[in-house]
Design a protein around this ligand. Sequence first.
Ligand code: FAD
Length: 316
Amino acid sequence: MSEILVLVEHVDGDVKKVTLELLTLARSLGTPAAVWAGPGYSDAAKAKLAEHGADKIYVADAEEIIGYVVAPKAELLAKLVADKAPAGVLIAATAEGKEVAGRLAVKTDSGVITDAVGLGEGFVADQSIFGGGVNVRSRVTKGTPIVAVRPNSIAPVAAAGAGAEEKVEVALSDAARAARIVERVKQEKGARPELTEAAIVVSGGRGVGSGDNFAIIEKLADSLGAAVGASRAATDAGWYPHQFQVGQTGKTVSPQLYIASGISGAIQHRAGMQTSKTIVVINKDAEAPIFEIADYGVVGDLFQVVPQLTDEIEKR
Ligand code: FAD
């Protein structure tokens, strides 16, 4: 079976969950081959990739790969596409992943699909487009299919792969060195899961009323082991940091459970969350448009409903 390249997402040497999802998906399409870009590769990383079915691991761990903005990863993948002729390439549909996918498509003269939420035989993708308003089924018809898949689209399942390593050297072009990273600033990593990877997201909007009131959203999130999200109205008001904004100009999330409190459901907010598997809405206005996409809805005051919900969950 042909190889399916999977670009590994990693932070501080830790393989991110979305990579395990992509490896699981790759197993249904061919033979998964993980591509490690940048420093931090270790036996633990190798074990995790192999446990999730990586038959091959291409390791390009030169510091230089992460020293420049995005382009080196696209050049690395383009080299592997030329050398190994894989059946396809899977990349996480994160902000960086989508940019790598686009650049790779140009370099390899291939088609690219972004924001896939499913992928089946023949690389036919279910794709969420127009800000999540429309789902289409699409397939790349030119070159090597490159598909950027949204985190949380499928559940990662372990299945041992050989994990055979192969070192890859890549001679970066001058173009790849055009924008050098001068500093990386680590974001505070709290106890909560990362927003785009979390299985549960609890979000608050303008209805929350103030930054201090976000404590009740956080309390509910913590009772569920969830990440906290916010609408743009809440982040623009300075009630919650912008990095937690969900929506068209924020993060795209696709968790198992999304709880929206005091959020009306503007199209730009929906664009970032409507592929969530189960959506629970708490809003005092029964006519709020977000109820149209809710699986469960509570018409009520969030200042009563959210603490009661938190209490019930904490009792269990
Ligand atoms: P509102 O629309 O004001 O809704 C507040 C809701 O809270 C109401 O439904 C109200 O009934 C309810 N409420 C009030 N008090 C309570 C209470 N005590 N209990 C229960 N419910 C209560 N928005 C995003 O979220 N993400 C984006 O990425 C984004 N990108 C944008 C990009 C562009 C180009 C533009 C033009 C807009 C964008 N927006 C985005 C803004 C978007 O259009 C909406 O303005 C925003 O989502 C509204 O946020 P909200 O639902 O919190 O506020």
